[in-house]
Design a protein around this ligand. Structure first.
Ligand code: OGA
Ligand code: MN
Length: 288
């Protein structure tokens, strides 16, 4: 049966209709899904009331999963393949470590030398309004640059830092950040990255980028800001309004995203993510 797709926005994304991701799926049907993933950058599967095991199993179809050694505090204690994104306080009442995950433009695991191919985020609880996520099509953004700018960035590498997220208003945030720095030294990634499967160039930049390799922070900042502002123009962006039991799969090699935090933080927002490992990219930078 042919897939039924519905576009989510002008720039990117498609909903895959009438599908249950827990249903056994042949190679042919998954092949169609994977092709749609490459074509649209984001796939939405609605009403997926599936177990954690089923979320993990479906994700494995996309490739080998990250066990989140780079983010040890954020994974599920029993399922290392699941990264928690939740504002539910810990059992001792202290704030969740992951309540501010994703609150800046980024691509998952860009601060490692095995940045993610894609992520599959499932929503378990969503606030009454808001808690949306923005996504930007970095292939379109790259293509829309002038030839002069494409040339200028062609050989640049951006230095990505982990642990730049907004911090909880207490010491745990500072400890966390120090730990993140120890586990994940700065990594340089090409600013214009060739997608290994489509062969198309995409901007690979975001708010975890501190400077360009070989340049100072002061020299780098204006161009980083210009590129992020360019890439996040409304015509390149899709804004996802979550419903419970959505699974959203995105291609981290050509899409960046940001959690907005546009919701009442006293309400529960609970998501769980699998992360598909990508091809090696980038190099560790001594001294940051
Ligand atoms: C993520 C992430 C955004 C959100 O899970 O990688 O950035 O809106 N989440 O929760
Ligand atoms: Mn993310």
């Amino acid at each position: 049966m042919a897939l039924r797709l519905r576009k989510l926005s002008y720039a990117l994304g498609a909903e895959v209709c009438d599908i249950d991701v827990a249903w056994p799926m042949g190679e042919r049907q998954f092949g169609e899904i994977y092709k749609a993933f490459l074509d649209h950058g984001i796939l939405l599967f609605r009403n997926q009331d599936v177990t954690r095991e089923q979320h993990i199993e479906f994700s494995r179809r996309f490739g080998e999963l990250d066990r989140h050694e780079a983010l040890p505090r954020d994974r599920h204690p029993q399922y290392p393949e699941l990264l928690m994104v939740t504002n539910e306080p810990k059992s001792d009442g202290s704030p969740s470590d992951t309540q501010y995950t994703g609150r800046q433009w980024h691509s998952d695991m860009s601060f490692t030398t095995a940045p993610s191919l894609g992520s599959l985020l499932k929503s378990y609880a969503v606030p009454e309004v808001g808690g949306d996520t923005l996504f930007a099509n970095m292939t379109l953004a790259h293509d829309a640059l002038s030839e002069g700018m494409k040339k200028l960035i062609a050989n640049l590498h951006g230095i990505h830092l982990s642990g730049t997220r907004k911090l909880a208003n207490d010491n745990t945030g500072i400890e966390r950040m120090a730990e993140q720095k120890r586990i994940n030294p700065p990594v340089a990634q090409p600013v214009a990255r060739v997608h290994p499967e489509t062969g198309r160039k995409a901007l690979y930049i975001g708010e975890k980028v501190k400077r360009f390799d070989g340049m100072t922070e002061d020299e780098s900042r204006p161009l980083i800001d210009t590129l992020v502002r360019h890439a996040t123009r409304p015509e390149f962006v899709y804004r996802h309004q979550w419903k419970k039991n959505d699974i959203l799969a995105w291609d981290n090699r050509c899409v960046m995203h940001q959690a907005l935090g546009d919701f009442d933080e006293t309400q529960l927002r609970h998501m769980e993510r699998t992360t598909v490992l990508g091809a090696p990219s980038g190099y560790v930078v001594g001294g940051g």
